[in-house]
Ligand binder design. Sequence first.
Ligand code: PXP
Length: 234
Amino acid sequence: MVRLGVNVDHIATIREARRTVNPDPVDAALIAERAGCDGITVHLRQDERHIKKRDVQLLRSVVKTYLNVELSTKPNSVSFIKKVKPDWACFVPERIEEITTEGGLDILRQAGRVKKAIGDLKSKGIKVTVFIEPDIEMVEKSKELGADAIEINTKSYALRPQGQKEITRIIKAAEFASSLGLQVHAGHDLNYRNIYRIIKIREIEEVNIGHIIIARAVYVGLERAVKEMVDILR
Ligand code: PXP
């Protein structure tokens, strides 16, 4: 069965709309766990525009499933995460003006920096994922740089979920990664419909989903929104 990591960033987005204390992503994480998710994911951005260091520290102490923190390879982020010691860390590219992560990390061009960041976190017992495009060369490089897992960017697939081209790229990347001994995760723009083709891919062990679950929670409540996704995955 595919694991579900619920990304609670957008609970913090609502909080920050008023720069106040409610709603709290820590409360949301507990509700998501009660609804049966397998892990909690947050993205700690350089500008802390939604998730803050305080959130990551509190989540570390209350999350009973696993905590996965997305971060850039910038040294200040890496040294903070080294101290917090989440179960998993996922390296993503970060551009300050972006609305959300725009694509996979270019681990070919930034190999030295990514390798060092991976080594730093692994030395503290943190398992490391790199968020990449479904590209054979990127998969090979992820292995070479020492990652434990790849997270395949599903954005292009989500734009054309009926097509064959994008899903085939994902299947090939997933099979190749698995043959190299890498764990395979997937995420970005997944929803209650396009998830079906993704979970049919045997090599995919985990999906990370945020925006659509929080969006649905506005109408039906967070516990039900998470549970509906859990039921699909089961
Ligand atoms: N995986 C990664 C690496 C991401 O950056 C994000 C967005 O923060 C997600 C998964 C979740 O994407 P979405 O919010 O579109 O479900």
